[in-house]
Design a protein around this ligand. Structure first.
Ligand SMILES: NC(=O)c1ccc[n+]([C@@H]2O[C@H](COP(=O)([O-])OP(=O)(O)OC[C@H]3O[C@@H](n4cnc5c(N)ncnc54)[C@H](O)[C@@H]3O)[C@@H](O)[C@H]2O)c1
Length: 264
């Protein structure tokens, strides 16, 4: 049974000081999250399948006089995920938080997308989430403590844009994986939650056509896409004692996208 939280001040509730944190994915969101954790006193590990993405976050950390440790991991490959967690545990000895941001998109018409692309998106986004959650949950179950934060999407709730069917299916799956893991892990003191953003300014959604950005501005009540820093609050909430009694939730960070179709 999860222990009742002892009274704490707000600063302590949101603290990540001294926590061992794994961030999967070293892209726009993952690198921002990893650097913010490192700045806040956590011991941060970042895992990605691309060496250049790991180098980028390492360079950014060094520039900011921060320390992070990079690890190689292909989240769609069970052996690679197991190796990565093994190496991490050898170095860190325990694991307090996993923020799972590794993922990919693919834009193709629903009637035209190739089977290989469909399988790749589901392998990376959905199977990858399951494999990473499994490894993290095993360690955290043995510890009797831990926080897992997955990255879902508004795409997991509604058809947010055309030509993204496999991605949308994968993200709906991530939301449900979160709920299922949460239910099974709660008796062991492990919280599993998910942050579901709207369009956030990262390489994942970079397009050339202005019409695309105009459509985003029109459909988000705040009239713009989000910036990576704008999901940090939600991620920190779900990674700390501040969310001690919160599990299985998918927290939308969407600038109001999900609550209105209003027009003047
Ligand atoms: N940016 C957005 O608008 C947005 C919106 C909603 C949800 N999300 C979700 O947030 C997460 C992070 O998105 P982002 O914007 O940082 O994307 P990004 O493209 O900037 O970064 C994704 C990272 O994942 C890594 N990756 C891809 N496949 C991998 C694999 N098999 N193994 C390990 N690493 C792999 C990539 O190398 C890259 O560094 C994704 O799950 C994405 O679906 C993003």
């Amino acid at each position: 049974m999860k222990e009742i939280l002892k009274p704490k001040g707000l600063h302590e509730l949101f603290s990540v000081q001294g926590k061992n944190v794994l961030v999967t994915g070293s892209g726009g969101l993952g690198s921002t999250i990893a650097l913010a954790f490192a700045k806040s006193g956590a011991r941060v590990f970042v895992a990605d399948c691309l060496e250049n993405k790991l180098q980028e976050v390492q360079d950014a950390a060094e520039k900011g006089n921060l320390q992070i440790c990079t690890l190689s991991m292909d989240v769609s490959d069970k052996a690679s995920v197991e190796d990565c967690f093994k190496t991490l545990l050898e170095k860190a000895k325990s694991l307090d938080v996993v923020v799972h941001t590794a993922g990919m998109g693919k834009n193709e018409a629903a009637t035209e997308c190739e089977e290989a692309d469909i399988r790749r998106v589901l392998d990376v986004n959905l199977v990858g989430t399951i494999l990473v959650n499994q490894q993290a949950a095993r360690i955290m179950k043995a510890q009797g403590y831990g926080k897992i934060v997955n990255l879902g999407s508004i795409a997991g709730f509604m058809a947010h844009t055309l030509r993204s069917m496999p991605y949308a299916a994968s993200k709906a799956g991530v939301h449900q994986v979160t709920r299922s893991f949460a239910a099974e892990m709660a008796p062991y003191g492990v919280n599993v939650n998910c942050v579901a953003p709207t369009w956030i300014n990262t390489p994942l959604i970079a397009r050339k056509d202005e019409a695309y950005y105009e459509n985003i501005r029109k459909s988000v009540p705040f009239q713009r896409m989000g910036e990576p820093e704008e999901i940090l609050g939600a991620v920190f909430f779900l990674s700390t004692d501040a969310s001690h009694f919160v599990t299985g939730q998918v927290l939308l960070v969407d600038g109001g996208w999900s609550v209105t179709k209003a027009f003047a």
